[in-house]
Design a protein around this ligand. Structure first.
Ligand SMILES: Nc1ncnc2c1ncn2[C@@H]1O[C@H](COP(=O)(O)OP(=O)(O)OP(=O)(O)O)[C@@H](O)[C@H]1O
Length: 447
C-alpha cells in the first residue's frame, strides 16, 4: 500500500481529545488584534505533554472564505499514494564556527551569519552554549511598542538606549511559565536558539531577567509575518512561493543537520527581513532529537499524522509541515482545514488532498511527496533540493541572498515596524506576582 492510502481515517485517540478539552479551558486568551495567540489554535505545552489548545479561530474561517466556490470546483482530490522514495540519511555536517558577539552590537551583522549551513555543525555542549548568548542588563533596553503576541510571550520593538540599535525583545512572565510547567521548554528554547547561526533564522543575541520576567533579545525582522502577507495577497504565485519555500528548506535542513527538530512551522513564525528574506522565529517547540520524541505539539492544520497517532516523531515531522506550508502558500489555505479541529485531524489521517488545477504538476508532486503519511517514504532535503519544482533555482545564490526577493518591504527607518499589526498600549499589570528568588535560581539560572 502506498503512503497515505485511502483507508478510513483512524480514530483520534481519546486521551488526546480529553487533554485537549481540559487545556482548552486554560488558555483562551485572544490577542488585542482579535487574533488568538499563535495560529489561533495555539498549543499549550504543559506538564511535559504538549497538547494543542483548539479554538475556533478567525484564521480558519478567513482561510475558508478565501476559497470561493468557483475555485472549489476546480479542485481535484488526490490520494497521497505515490512519491515513494527511500529513507534519506543526513550527511555528516562539517565544522561549526562559533562566534561570541557583543550582544548590543551585533544586530546588524547579518552577513556574519551567512555561512553555508550545510557545512556547519552546532556545538551543543553547555559550555559553548553559555558563551553563545550574552546576559544583558534589561535597564539598558528601551521598550518601544508591542509588535507581537504569542501564547507565552509578548514581543516588543526595543532599542539599546546607548547605541540606538533596534531589536525584537520577547518577554515571558516567569510565574506564567512556571504555572504552565513550561520551564524546560523555555530553557530549551534559549539553549537551542543560542547556538543557531543562519541567515534565514532570527538571531538570539542575549537573555536577561528581572523579578517578574525573562527576556530574549532577538534580531528584529522588520518585514512582519508571512501570515499577514499571505492574508493580504490571498495566495502566492508559483515563483514567490518557491522563493520562500526554498529559504525555509535551507533553514530546516540546517537545523536537521544539527539534530534539531523545529516542530513549529507556521506562517506566523516565518518573518520577513528588511531585505525581503525569510527569518524563522520562535524556537519554543524546537528540540534536539536524535531518534524520536513523543510529545505532541504544533498547530492543528500543521500536525503530521505520526504526531496525531503518537507514534513518536523526528525530523520528518518538519518536512510534513513544510508540505502544508507550500500548499498554503500556493492555494491560500492549508490542505487540511475545518472550523472543527477534530475534523482537521480526521482529514490529516485520511490523507486526501485537493489540488486546484492551477497548481503545477511539479509543485503537486513535491507536496504529495511531503504530505506522505509514511515517514520512511516522506521526502526530505535530499529529495527537495534536486526536485524539479526547484529546477531553475541556484541554491548557492539563494543562500548568499543574491537572488532578489519577490517582495521587499517598505521600511522607512530602522525602527519602522509598520509591517506588523498594531497592538494597544499595554499598561503595567499589577496582578503579576513576583517570583520567589529561590524559584528563579532553580528554574532560570541560564537567563
Ligand atoms: N525577531 C522578531 N522580529 C519581529 N517580530 C517578532 C520576532 N519574533 C517574534 N515576533 C513577533 O511576535 C509574535 C509572537 O512571537 P512568538 O511566536 O515567539 O511568541 P510565542 O509566545 O512563543 O508564540 P506561540 O503562541 O507561537 O508559542 C510573532 O508571531 C511575531 O509577530
Amino acid at each position: 500500500m502506498g503512503c497515505g492510502a485511502s483507508s478510513p481515517p483512524p480514530k483520534v485517540p481519546d486521551s488526546f481529545t480529553q487533554s485537549q478539552q481540559a487545556e482548552d479551558q486554560q488558555t483562551n486568551a485572544a490577542g488585542p488584534t482579535g487574533r488568538t495567540a499563535g495560529l489561533g489554535t495555539s498549543p499549550v505545552r504543559q506538564g511535559g505533554l504538549e497538547t494543542p489548545v483548539v479554538k475556533p479561530v478567525e484564521r480558519i474561517s478567513m482561510l475558508n472564505a478565501n476559497l470561493d466556490d468557483e475555485k472549489k470546483d476546480t479542485f481535484a482530490a488526490v490520494d497521497l499514494d505515490d512519491s515513494s522514495k527511500g529513507l534519506k540519511t543526513n550527511p555528516d555536517p562539517g565544522e561549526n564556527q562559533e562566534t561570541t558577539g557583543n550582544v548590543m552590537d551585533s544586530a546588524n551583522d547579518q552577513r556574519d551569519l551567512s555561512t553555508n549551513p550545510t557545512d556547519q555543525k552546532i556545538q551543543m555542549t553547555p559550555t559553548v552554549e553559555r558563551e553563545n548568548v550574552t546576559r544583558f542588563n534589561i535597564s539598558d533596553v528601551h521598550f518601544d511598542k508591542v509588535i507581537g503576541e504569542g501564547s507565552f510571550g509578548t514581543v516588543y520593538l526595543s532599542r539599546n538606549k546607548e547605541s540606538g540599535t533596534h531589536y525584537a525583545l520577547k518577554r515571558l512572565e516567569m510565574g506564567h511559565v512556571i504555572r504552565l510547567k513550561q520551564v524546560d521548554h523555555v530553557n530549551n528554547e534559549r539553549r537551542i536558539w543560542a547556538s543557531l547561526r543562519h541567515p534565514f533564522i532570527c538571531r538570539l543575541f542575549g537573555t536577561s531577567r528581572d523579578d517578574r520576567y525573562l527576556y530574549l533579545l532577538l534580531e528584529l525582522a522588520q518585514g512582519g509575518e508571512m501570515f499577514s502577507m499571505l492574508r493580504r495577497e490571498r495566495k502566492f504565485c508559483d515563483e514567490t512561493a518557491k522563493f520562500y519555500a526554498a529559504e525555509i528548506a535551507l533553514a530546516l535542513d540546517y537545523l536537521h543537520r544539527n539534530d534539531i527538530v523545529y516542530r513549529g512551522l507556521k506562517p506566523e513564525d516565518i518573518l520577513i527581513s528588511k531585505g525581503g528574506h525569510v527569518k524563522l522565529t520562535d524556537f519554543g517547540y524546537a528540540k534536539v532529537v536524535l531518534h524520536r520524541t513523543y510529545t505532541i505539539c504544533g498547530s492543528p492544520e500543521y500536525m503530521a499524522p505520526e504526531l496525531l497517532l503518537n507514534k513518536g516523531h523526528g525530523k520528518p515531522v518538519d518536512w510534513w509541515t513544510f508540505g502544508v506550508l507550500v500548499y498554503e502558500m500556493l492555494v491560500g489555505q492549508p490542505p487540511f482545514c475545518d472550523e472543527d479541529p477534530m475534523l482537521i485531524y480526521q482529514k490529516i489521517l485520511a490523507g486526501k488532498v485537493y489540488f486546484p488545477k492551477f497548481i503545477s504538476s511539479d509543485a503537486k508532486n513535491l507536496i504529495k511527496g511531503l504530505l506522505c503519511a509514511d515517514v520512511k517514504k516522506r521526502m526530505s532535503s535530499s529529495d527537495i533540493f534536486p526536485h524539479p519544482w526547484f529546477k531553475n533555482l541556484d541554491w548557492e545564490s539563494l543562500m548568499a541572498q543574491t537572488i532578489p526577493p519577490p517582495h521587499v518591504p517598505r521600511i522607512a527607518h530602522d525602527g519602522d515596524v509598520s509591517c506588523f499589526d498594531t497592538y494597544p498600549e499595554s499598561s503595567p499589570d499589577s496582578s503579576i506576582s513576583t517570583v520567589q528568588q529561590s524559584d528563579v535560581e532553580a528554574c532560570f539560572v541560564d537567563f
